[in-house]
Design a protein around this ligand. Structure first.
Ligand code: NAD
Length: 261
């Protein structure tokens, strides 16, 4: 099996922490040059400085808000002119919790902008370079909610479904050019996002964070939350040469939590 990414350039979004950071770490350890993208320059500098350089890899960063569509387009166009990108990992912070019926229109627009529109903006900027290279990998970090919507994540569930549908459409449009498009669906994963979800449920349900966590764990057959590196391992596989014939798929890393087949 060939997992090696020597000579490849990966753009990993939402990479200052959590699953994005773990993904940047994994891709660099497989030989990729990595550009990490998120909002905070100081955090990104720190991440880029910790990535593996043992095979002569070069790493960089782009400090830009996924909600700033024009800023994203401009900075990524400049990046790919200077250094074509073979691997795009689309990822951003999850939308706030709450029921769909209670959500403001602005919350839907915000989530669509930071996820669907950001993904489309990045893909449009990077796919021409992937086509030229004859190698492209687009992996979207979404959620198991594309199969089983999660209560109290109304805006998130809706946005994730749109991203999954976009990705499936794109996968069929791009497959002949050697470009694959897949979705990785994290289950409960030990990151800042899970802490935010626990805090939100704790406030809404009048339970302690420990009680909320215990309730969530009861739904996971594996009996624990995922480590970000476990999710990153699947993402890295999908980015590699051996995954060339896998496209248009949504694959969960959830410890067996989803009930559907
Ligand atoms: P996280 O909150 O730990 O990290 C999110 C990353 O995105 C950070 O680097 C953050 O700085 C960056 N980010 C946030 N808003 C941004 C913006 N507007 N512009 C640019 N960068 C931005 O999240 P995570 O746990 O690593 O999750 C990654 C994705 O997977 C999220 O969409 C999350 O909702 C989803 N997910 C996570 C879990 C989980 O249990 N952790 C479960 C299901 C789905």
């Amino acid at each position: 099996m060939n997992l090696e990414l020597d000579g490849m350039h990966a753009l990993v979004c939402g990479a200052s922490e959590g699953i994005g950071r773990a993904t940047a770490t994994e891709l660099a350890s497989l030989g990729a040059n990595v550009t990490v993208l998120a909002r905070r320059e100081a955090a990104l500098r720190e991440v880029a400085a910790t990535l593996d350089t043992s095979r002569g890899q070069r790493h960089g960063f782009l400090a830009v808000d996924a909600g700033d569509t024009n800023g994203l387009r401009t900075s990524v166009a400049a990046l790919t002119r200077a250094w074509p990108v073979h691997i795009l990992v689309n990822n951003s912070g999850g939308p706030p919790g709450g029921r769909a019926i209670d959500a403001d229109i602005a919350a839907f627009v915000d989530a669509y902008t930071k996820h669907l529109i950001a993904n489309q903006t990045l893909a449009q900027a990077l796919v021409p370079g992937m086509r030229e290279a004859g190698y492209g990998r687009i992996v979207n970090i979404i959620s198991t909610s594309v199969y089983e919507p999660i209560p109290n994540l109304g805006v998130s569930n809706t946005t994730r479904g749109a991203v999954a549908s976009w990705a499936k459409t794109l996968s069929r449009e791009l497959a002949a050019g050697g470009i694959t498009v897949n979705n990785v669906l994290p289950g409960f994963t030990e990151t800042g996002r899970i802490d935010a979800i626990v805090a939100d449920r704790s406030a809404k349900e009048g339970k302690t964070p420990e009680q909320v966590r215990a309730g969530m764990l009861a739904s996971v057959p594996a009996g624990r939350f995922a480590k970000p590196s476990e999710t990153a391992a699947l993402i890295a596989f999908l980015c590699g040469p051996s995954a060339a014939y896998i496209t248009g798929q949504s694959i969960a890393v959830d410890g067996g939590r989803m009930q559907s087949i």
